[in-house]
Design a protein around this ligand. Structure first.
Ligand code: ASP
Length: 440
């Protein structure tokens, strides 16, 4: 894959440039791994979460097409598709708009599909906004190999005396094809599944739209056949389909329904690993709010530019501001993401202020970037693809560990070489650090 990546970029005049690993932190949402400096006692380097600020500086200095196949380091909780160190195909271009970026890097992905697994995509990849992706699939990385979209039945289901629905912020249904004959046992099992803490639903309502046009549901006491038929109509169901319904807080229900939709897709063999369905998701929100602290975080990273038409909202209603940010999802996996960057000092300062940095903190941490913008930074943007994730996808698997030589386990350990491990007391002295005893 690296060979084909280099071939593609070479043909369109990209330059491969290495950037340092011992750096100052780049905020990409995870914790940094840190490395103590012997020559600068009690000071630490951070390992890059990505080469984000370096590639932007390269653009300012006149390299208008950069790429690098690069290790990135993020200290975060591990899942099947995460490793503390992983590889990105990291890219940046100057004098571009969002469409130029989508076109150029869609080209890379098509090239890799063609060369690695002999698959050619004639059509352009579909594009969906973040808002629509959340509405239709409950996910910002939708698996579009199958339909079963989310439907909002609030207007039909409220006000009929069923308390659970009447008190819910949102009532969401999916229509599962040809499953009206599900047994009681199967439905009970599904109900248990959605109630597991990982999913967190309170319960599951079903409506069987039987092939003989009779209807049976778990809420027959509150709704008559005519009501239930209307739900089916709204969901575009056919006789023989099964409606599965969740209700509650809007955001939570969307997330739960995404999980249930994916499970039903898997159970019904609608997620064929030999079928590949890429989709661009665009117009992500610029910010997300931490519900506990009320603080804003950058949804992508702090260098992402707001959409110019939303700039007017930035003071009064920052959460509504959309960003020039995009992801590429394939089969429900986020394989890459990027953005058009801020290239103006004032806007960058405003962004840091929104994220809670004081002027001094912003200058201390990112003065080098904002100073660079003073020299006439070109409009620029880029993207990074997860190299290991792409390999895993091409290999038809789910766990990136299977595509990394010497992976770490989910405690972040390499059990073969036994790392991480204690270091010699002499080493700590040289570094000017002392370790406290911690009781386990
Ligand atoms: N640095 C970003 C990331 O690692 C990608 C980008 O914005 O180009 O997700």
């Amino acid at each position: 894959m690296s060979l084909e990546t280099r071939t593609y970029f070479n043909e369109i005049n990209f330059i491969e440039i290495e950037t340092p690993y011992l750096i100052k932190s780049t905020p990409e949402g995870a914790r940094d791994f840190v490395v103590p400096s012997r020559m600068n006692k009690q000071q630490f380097y951070a390992l890059p979460q990505s080469p984000q600020t370096f590639k932007q500086l390269l653009m300012v200095s006149g390299y208008d097409r950069y790429f690098q196949i690069v290790k990135c380091f993020r200290d975060e909780d591990l899942r099947a598709d995460r490793q503390p160190e992983f590889t990105q195909i990291d890219c940046e271009m100057a004098f571009v708009n969002q469409q130029d970026i989508l076109d150029t890097f869609e080209g890379l992905i098509k090239h890799l599909f063609q060369k690695l697994i002999g698959l050619s995509f004639k059509e352009k990849f579909p594009v969906i906004t973040y808002e629509k992706a959340m509405l239709n699939y409950g996910s910002d990385k939708p698996d579009i190999r199958f339909e079963m979209k989310l439907n909002y039945i609030d207007s039909l289901a409220k006000g009929k005396g069923f308390n659970v629905f009447d008190q819910a912020e949102s009532i969401v249904a999916i229509s599962v094809p040809n499953c009206a004959d599900y047994s009681r046992k199967k439905l009970d099992k599904l109900t248990e599944w959605v109630k597991r803490p990982q999913i967190g639903a309170k319960g599951l309502i079903y409506v069987k739209l039987n092939s003989d046009n009779t209807i049976k549901s778990s809420v027959d006491k509150f709704f008559n056949s005519e009501d239930l038929k209307q739900w089916g109509n709204l969901c575009g169901s056919k006789p023989g389909d099964l409606l599965l319904i969740l209700s509650g807080n809007s955001e939570e229900v969307q997330k739960q329904m995404n999980e249930l939709r994916l499970k039903m897709g898997t159970d019904l063999n609608l997620r064929d690993p030999s079928v590949f369905k890429p989709i661009w998701v665009v117009d992500f929100p610029l910010l997300e709010k931490d519900n506990e602290t009320g603080d804003f975080h950058a949804m992508h990273h702090p260098f992402t530019s707001p959409k110019s038409e939303d700039l007017k909202l930035i003071d009064e209603n920052p959460i509504q501001v959309r960003a020039n940010a995009y992801d590429l999802a394939i089969n429900g996996v986020e394989v890459g993401g990027g953005s058009i960057r801020i290239h103006n000092r004032d806007v960058q300062e405003k962004m840091f202020a929104l994220l809670g940095f004081s002027k001094e903190e912003a200058k201390e941490q990112f003065g080098f970037l904002m100073d660079a913008f003073e020299y006439g930074a070109p409009p620029h943007g880029g993207i990074a693809f997860g190299f290991d994730r792409l390999c895993t996808l091409f290999g038809g698997r789910e766990n990136i560990r299977e595509f990394i030589a010497f992976p770490k386990n989910n405690q972040g350990r390499d059990v073969m070489i036994d790392a991480p491990s204690k270091i010699d007391i002499q080493q700590t002295k040289e570094l000017g650090i002392s370790l406290e005893e911690i009781e386990n």
